[in-house]
Ligand binder design. Sequence first.
Ligand code: LLP
Length: 431
Amino acid sequence: MNAPASTTRPELAGHPHFHYRDGVLHAEGVALDKLAAELGTPLYVYSRAALAAALGSYRDAIGDRPVLVCFGMKANSNLAVLKEFARLGAGFDIVSGGELQRVLAVGGDPSRVVFSGVGKQAWEMRAAIEAGVMCFNVESQAELRRLSQVAHEMGQTARVSLRVNPDVDAQTHPYISTGLKENKFGIAIESALDAYRLAASLPGLEVVGVDCHIGSQLTDISPYFDALEKLLDLISQLAEEGITISHLDLGGGLGIRYTDEIPPSPKALLDGVFARLQARGLGHLHLVLEPGRSLVGNAGLLLTTVQYLKHAEARNFAIVDAAMNDLLRPSLYEAYHGLRAVRPRQGDEQEYDVVGPVCESGDWLARQRRLSVQEGDVLALESAGAYGMVMASNYNSRGRPAEVMVDGDKYYVVRQRETLADLIRGESTLP
Ligand code: LLP
């Protein structure tokens, strides 16, 4: 990896499918300056090989252990991404009827789908039962009753896990931490036994699993094991009551490298989990994982073009054509995304805030980065494959970006750029 010195960081750590060749950033075999010229910016670019490699690191870690990887598709639900994972044998973690529709649209196997989320509506439950999903991850007693009623009315049985909130601190950003008592997610571990008794008593339900998801972008592995120990206690208690659990779902959450993080590997996670299962005599349990970010985050970039350079008294601004509506993570979580010039220049570097055109001071993409740039230069925001396009909006009546998938030296537009006509479709004025 021979990244020129004039970009923001010395190397593209952890992003082997994006590299410099002859002074130009490439995705696999495709030069990104040409891609930007042809398709315009802002543009999301994904690497097919990077997707396969990320899933491959889970598969290699799994070996012949009974583990189902259900891609947490909220991280990136483009059909081309889903199709690739379906083809490679992954299942899916869905959180809405809309996500179910996407899985079915790419021929995903419903028997490898888990349905998560705190607010499932009756129509979504019906659609998922009809499709034959593997399991509902239920988050409250009220939801258990609703699901029981829906399934019973359909003359069907819905398989359920209860999402248990183990009250562990995932030590991540408060907005993406979900396993603490004060979060809206799951059923408190102290009430879990009662909820299971209810589930076992209701018609139309079959209890099959225990589920948790403690947070996202975890860079420390110990919270997983803290949560796991609590869930294993619960599984033993359930067994004493005659409630048999066949699978354990540990959710998603493995972090990725945005800057200098060293997140735990799938192997470290799985080895630790199975060692603990074995130690408790629970080695027969099937494991479900719901990774989102770690399967797609570093498989995508967002390309953007510098519109203007503005040298204000306190700061230098590079005003680019992407904005918070295209990539919300910096504004929402003060998230760091690596930034590189697609064709780095050798000239003097200055410190810039890279900001978008949206009318909000919070509309920034990168802050205090040393860059040598000119108007018209194309920049790449790294690690944008997860929670990028899926969180894009039309704020300021901006069309959402196009998405393209690179495969070797070929590329495919997998979502068209939204047009101005798209933006007003469905609206009307009064007669
Ligand atoms: N399973 C459940 C029940 C979840 O709530 C989530 C993510 C996942 C799996 C996938 O987690 P992952 O492997 O991606 O960490 N928008 C935020 C992240 C929100 C995560 C929400 N839940 C961000 O951009 O950082």
